[in-house]
Design a protein. Sequence first.
Length: 291
Amino acid sequence: MVSKGVGNSLLAISRIVVLLTIFVLSPVLSAADIFVLPDRNPVGMGEDFTLTFSTSEQPDGSPDFAPLNENFDVLGTSISNKVRMINGAVTREAVWQVRLYPKVSGTLPIPAIQFGSQSSPPSQITVNENAGTDGVPRDGVIVELETETPEPYVQQQFIVVQRLMHSIELQQGSASMSHPDINEGNAEVQQLGETVNRTLNRRGVQYKVFERRYAVFPKSSGELTFRPTVFQGVISTPGAKRRPMPFGMMSGRQIRRFSEPLALNVKGRPKGVDGTWLPAKSVSLNTHWEV
């Protein structure tokens, strides 16, 4: 027969064991309640993807997505809530969707995201280089920024050409391309005329081309560099229907493409040149006399 004192001691020990078990397991269970899933894996460099965080119950805090900024550009977030009743039990589900652009290629870590005292499990996503072995993007979208005058003189006008080439269909109204943006140096940039549309055959591939021309007037000698031109658009997906997405209606895949940066060496006035300085290939003066 077990004495009353021994029975009370066993009961107290049992309670302590149960409490310790709950204390040890509760962080694991909380972390497991948050699920992370990309809409596709792998993705291509320059393509956006959507990362979905879902919980079976409302967490005790709002998510902090700041750790994602290390390897991704965060383009937007959305949240939706669902209330379900199953066999009389009420569950409240929450879903966060985050649209991301990878900053680099490779196997990128998706860090744990804090939701108050809870956190999502860490994961990873593979980002492939978009260019094929011949340097041409696999999806047939190319952005170029170039000039035929790599060493202009100070105050000399030269031309910079900005070109978007695509061999696949882009959704109308969804495309945008930045203007030439000076990173280092001092120059005046003026667009010449309107955007020119034409076709071009390169390496046996037919491209639609949108081309802009700019007049550039360097104001000082030395290095003059332009940041890469940025193109953003949506590739049409064959047979896809327009469907509501967390960030608006979309029936294709959003992409971002960059040109190479452009670097020039602006030369100063030649030695021995005094007075008015007008660098030009030719000068034409027209005079009209009225009698």
